[in-house]
Design a protein around this ligand. Structure first.
Ligand SMILES: [Zn+2]
Length: 899
């Protein structure tokens, strides 16, 4: 899955967040927390049996006992072979009926009990079909946490294939309500006066669509039939092969059998869509259609034009045709991004009609047709095989098509990965996942951004051709099967070398940013050498660059525990070395001894950004004293090169949370001095280029409080002359003649917005107001005209921005009970996570007092609280260790204006 683009949106898993980069994106850090160990399988004993129908997530009977499940996952030895599924779907209704016949291979020894996943399904009846005879099956209720139902067969089965037939009713969640979105199982959306129905089965939501074996290790065949109202268009994963009219006027659509489909990729869509034929594309002439909301057909021209070259680029990478019999791209209003279902990719509708990054997102989802769809991670701990590879190849293809992001934006996903890797409880890319509840949090910046960056690092290290050979061999050897991470490690080891395979394995198992410690050794007549070691036992593929002759040379090597890499191309002791050639290797360099820092003039934009990352991480980890951090910041700022400035601003953002409130005016004024060129009326006018836009956005985010009133007046006048009158919310607010009136206007615009997007955009702007407005944002959150979840992102943005952290917390703390009442449970947990931005002991004590009585033992909330407190503690310790910030600032005064 891919892509969330909005900035102030609370953290969404599955995001390849390409934020607009303005003001640092103010999003609370939210790497998922560690999970409780797997529950031990209860001993089999006399189990109470309850007759169907019983809802899966309710107790078996009023006050009755529930049935112990076999373990956190479905037992082995019993595997689905095929599903014959009929769904009666009507977008106008919030319930649906399902009928499924599951062909199941049951190994010996014989059993009378089967377990299937099922959530929120009312099972009307189940039977065993044998030799034309139907026998009654008893349905058990399990505890809600297991998300399983038991089926007791009339006699033992074993060493044979059986057919279990189940009739049931399920529910379609409705996104137009006030409770926030739930894109799980079947959901429906209202747009243009009509309802549209969709599915989202990944990660563990197929069990809300039918009782099934909902784990990706199984890849059975699926034969799907949909019964829909007469005037609706319906889609499934496979092409339609038959249609007939039912006596009641509905249509019954039968779709071709699809082999080897893991449950999480099942998909349907029904609605009054406009369907545009995009032709037959690629090597197998795959029929492609684009389905958008009624009335939007004329807006898909751009997507239709781009598709052939995206399909061509992807097929060329694999040297294979798209592994799907047909492809439909279906638009969903207000979707989180896109989802790669086999043959039926769902997109946020805006992306299909000209909004968003269509090429990168489509390339990501098409890459999934191999990574994940054809070669499937056998269990969710191997999710990187799907998301890391799709992220990497999606961006690679976009780059090859000239649609890549400029370095300033492309670099953000690397920076985001580092940030996720620095969390107090960062997990390795491959980490154990025990229960269904642990699956969704695995869709995080580690799986996407770190995974993608790591794959790219190894590709550059072994060379594009060798890496491509490994990918092609892996995909060919494991097509239509489920695999573990070892499958790719083996392919890489044989295409490159066992050492490279082992190096990747060490990175997959390692939590935290990989760090390579480097020292330059120049002694006597021997060729100069680099002594390198990967911290914490990680083996890092390092590439360095240094002067040689009249140009530069490059050396790549695996840095293990202690590696000596001679630099024969360097005639003498090199004057400088870039420790991360190209700036895109997923590691941080730390020099000891002689630190032959490269002059910024010889560094590429990416290398400058990487140098900024090195210092940024060192500040965040408390490894770089404030004086040294400021020295690096000013060296980069002095370049007056936008990439140098961006690197400097990254360090400034790492320092920002360490600045106590009383020191903040001095800090802001100091920054304004160093970035004076960016804070003139001319520089704050309409930006001339994207990179200018990015740099100034960050300067405004950090130092807008220091912009001179006369400059703000000039800015206001300049923008008033522009027809659209739109510019960065932070600057617009700072330059407003009456910010209070502007606040009211924005709230009014949100309340009367015609679309949810426009409403959310307006509410997001509230997060850009200064400290004095935090309490008013809470007022809006409690305003019955809005769902609290719609306003929360603005408050979260205030919490995460140093300038407003304290006031936002004061406002939240003052009305906590009301605020938590208004939010859904998940958003309420975001409040706990947001408190992690605090950095002083008094506020910490309030967090403890506020939340400890409210969180249940061993709950997600409790783990969020533990994590937030650990993050606060770390910040308090670093603030103390940073020393006197004001004095350090005084030692590095800004150059006089004009110099
Ligand atoms: Zn994806």
């Amino acid at each position: 899955m891919a892509i969330v683009v909005a900035c102030a949106q609370a953290y969404r898993v599955r995001a390849i967040a390409i934020c607009a980069v303005l003001a640092g994106c103010g999003r609370p850090e939210a790497t998922p927390i560690r999970h409780a160990p797997a529950r031990a399988a209860p001993a089999a004993s006399a189990q109470p049996i309850v007759r169907a129908p019983v809802a899966a997530d309710r107790p078996a009977a009023p006050g009755g006992p529930v049935v112990p499940v076999p373990g956190p996952r479905l037992p082995g030895g019993i595997a689905p072979v095929a599903y014959d599924l009929t769904l009666e779907l009507d977008p106008d209704r919030e319930a649906f009926h399902g009928h499924v016949a599951i062909t199941i291979a049951v190994a010996a020894p014989a059993t009378t009990r089967l377990w299937l996943h099922a959530v929120d399904l009312e099972i009307a009846g189940a039977k065993l079909e044998t030799a034309g005879r139907d026998e009654e099956v008893t349905v058990l209720a399990a505890d809600a946490a297991s998300q399983m139902r038991g089926f007791v067969l009339p006699h033992p089965v074993g060493g044979e294939t059986i057919t279990l037939v189940i009739d049931y009713t399920g529910h379609v969640s409705d996104l137009s309500g006030r409770t926030g979105k739930e894109e799980q199982g079947l959901f429906r959306e209202h747009a243009g006066g009509r309802w549209y129905l969709y599915s989202q089965a990944e990660s563990v939501f197929t069990r809300k669509i039918l009782p099934c074996f909902d784990e990706p290790r199984w890849k059975p065949a699926w034969r799907v039939t949909e019964i829909v109202p007469r005037a609706q268009v319906a889609f499934a994963n496979a092409p339609m092969i038959a249609e007939r009219r039912l006596p009641d006027g509905r249509r019954e659509l039968r779709f071709a059998e699809l082999a080897a489909l893991p449950s999480y990729l099942l998909a349907v869509a029904v609605g009054p869509f406009d369907v545009v034929d995009a032709g037959k594309l690629g090597r197998a002439h795959t029929p492609v259609r684009i389905a958008v909301l009624r009335g939007e057909a004329k807006r898909v021209g751009g997507a239709v034009r781009e598709l052939p070259k995206i399909v061509d680029a992807i097929e060329r990478y694999f040297d294979a045709p798209l592994p799907v019999p047909k492809l439909d791209l279906v638009g969903v209003p207000q979707f989180f991004g896109a989802m790669e279902n086999v043959g039926l990719i769902t997109f946020d509708d805006a992306m299909l009609v000209g909004g968003g990054d269509f090429i990168t997102v489509t390339a990501h989802e098409l890459a999934h047709q191999w990574f994940g769809n054809s070669v499937t991670p056998a269990w969710w701990e191997h999710l990187w095989l799907s998301e890391a590879f799709a992220s990497w190849l999606g961006e690679r293809v976009a780059r090859s098509l000239g649609a890549a992001l400029p370095p300033a934006l492309a670099h953000r996903s690397r920076a985001q990965a580092f940030r996720a890797d620095e969390q107090v409880d960062a997990k390795p890319l491959v980490h154990p996942i025990a229960t269904s509840q642990d699956v969704e949090p695995a869709f995080d910046a580690i799986a996407y951004e770190k995974g993608g960056a790591l794959v790219g690092t190894f590709e550059r290290f072994v060379g594009e051709a060798t890496f491509q050979a490994a990918v092609r061999a892996y995909v060919a050897a494991h097509a239509r099967t489920s695999v573990t991470s070892q499958a790719f490690l083996d392919a890489l080891a044989s295409a490159a070398s066992p050492a490279v395979g082992a190096a990747l394995a060490s990175n997959l198992a390692h939590a935290g940013t990989p760090v390579v410690e480097l020292a330059l050794r120049c002694d006597g007549d021997a060729a100069p050498a680099i002594v390198a070691s990967g911290r914490d036992g990680v083996t890092i593929p390092v590439c360095v660059r240094f002067p040689a002759g009249t140009g530069t040379a490059r050396a790549c090597f695996l840095a293990g525990a202690s590696t000596v890499q001679p630099l024969p191309a360097a005639a003498a002791c090199p004057a400088w070395i870039v420790g991360n050639d190209g700036g895109r290797g997923y590691y941080r360099t730390v020099w000891s001894g002689i630190a032959p820092a490269a002059p910024l003039a010889v560094m590429s934009p990416e290398e400058r950004l990487a140098r900024g990352d090195d210092a940024t991480i060192a500040v965040r980890l408390g490894e770089l004293p404030i004086g040294a951090a400021l020295a690096e910041l000013t060296a980069l700022a002095e370049t007056r090169d936008p990439y140098g400035e961006l690197a400097a601003l990254s360090i400034a953002r790492a320092i920002d949370p360490l600045v106590a409130d009383p020191d903040r005016p001095a800090w802001t004024a100091w920054l304004a001095g160093w970035f004076a060129d960016r804070m003139t009326a001319a520089a704050l006018g309409p930006p001339r280029s994207l990179i200018d836009h990015v740099v100034r956005g960050q300067v405004i985010g950090l130092a807008r409080g220091a912009i001179a009133p006369a400059t703000l007046a000039a800015v206001r006048a300049a923008y008033a002359r522009r027809s659209d009158g739109r510019y960065e919310a932070m600057l617009r607010i700072a330059s407003a003649r009456d910010p209070g009136a502007l606040f009211d206007r924005i709230v009014h615009a949100a309340a009367t917005a015609k679309t949810a997007d426009a409403r959310d955009e307006a509410l997001e702007e509230l997060g850009a107001f200064p400290a004095g407005y935090a309490s008013r944002v809470v007022d809006v959150l409690l305003d019955p005209r809005f769902a609290a979840a719609q306003v929360w992102p603005a408050l979260a943005a205030m919490l995460s921005r140093g300038e407003t952290t304290t006031s936002a917390w004061r406002a939240i703390h003052g009305r906590l009970a009301k605020l938590l009442d208004a939010l859904t449970a998940e958003r309420a947990r975001d409040v706990i996570a947001g408190a992690a931005a605090l950095c002083d002991p008094a506020a910490r004590a309030e967090v403890v007092a506020d939340f400890t009585p409210r969180v249940a033992a061993n709950s997600e909330d409790e783990r969020a609280l533990v994590r937030a407190l650990a993050t606060i503690d770390r910040c308090i310790a670093r603030r103390a260790a940073a020393g006197d910030v004001v004095r350090a600032l005084a030692e590095k005064p800004a150059p006089a204006p004009g110099l």
